[in-house]
Design a protein around this ligand. Structure first.
Ligand code: ZN
Length: 187
């Protein structure tokens, strides 16, 4: 393998650079913002530089391009044996020309992704991965509702961990006034 790229490869690389910070990521941001969620972008201090960081939820969101991150393509074992064993997925079709180049590149990305997720999780972060193909108009709403559920779960997990709810005792009446304000569904 050499560093020299074919025009096709160069085109893909340029397309990747130009699409950075645009399409899929923006769709996610817009949805979150429109639903009242606030976040930070590409926070360098957070391992792996996630696309979206939501500190109150202790959640890092990665919006992954299906091609570059090899969505649903298993490369681990296949690479060791033969390129022929690699099965493309519906959203990640690895070119047949210079296949080895692409497989190596995508595999490296996958490994880096896994390492980033691992480091984040070890540091107490929740990781949410959103795939580009999950943001198509027909499915984006469903995807983002799932993301919303995960965010709420992450918030609850955090709350449970840091703020144990005191047990009710005879001398300590239940805080009825507080209960009247819907305890769930509000941040
Ligand atoms: Zn995909």
């Amino acid at each position: 393998m050499t560093d020299t790229m074919t025009p096709e490869q160069r085109h893909r690389c340029m397309a990747q650079i130009h699409s950075k910070g645009t399409k899929p990521e923006v769709k996610v941001r817009k949805w979150l913002w429109g639903h009242g969620y606030r976040y930070r972008l590409n926070v360098k201090s957070v391992p792996g530089k996630p696309d979206i960081v939501m500190r109150p939820y202790r959640t890092a969101i990665f919006v992954n391009g299906c091609f570059w991150h090899g969505h649903n393509v298993q490369l681990e074992a296949a690479q060791v044996d033969s390129l022929k064993l690699i099965v493309d997925s519906s959203c990640c079709k690895i070119p047949t020309t210079n296949r080895e180049f692409w497989v190596t590149k995508i595999h490296r990305n996958q490994e880096r992704d896994q390492e980033n997720y691992r480091v984040l999780q070890e540091n107490g972060w929740h990781v949410i991965i959103i795939w580009e193909c999950q943001l198509k108009p027909a499915v984006i709403e469903h995807t983002m509702r799932e993301v919303e559920l995960l965010l709420n779960e992450n918030m609850l997990a955090r709350y449970k961990r840091h703020t144990p709810i005191p047990l009710h005792t005879e001398t300590e009446p239940l805080p009825l006034a507080a209960e009247e304000e819907a305890p769930f569904g509000h941040k």
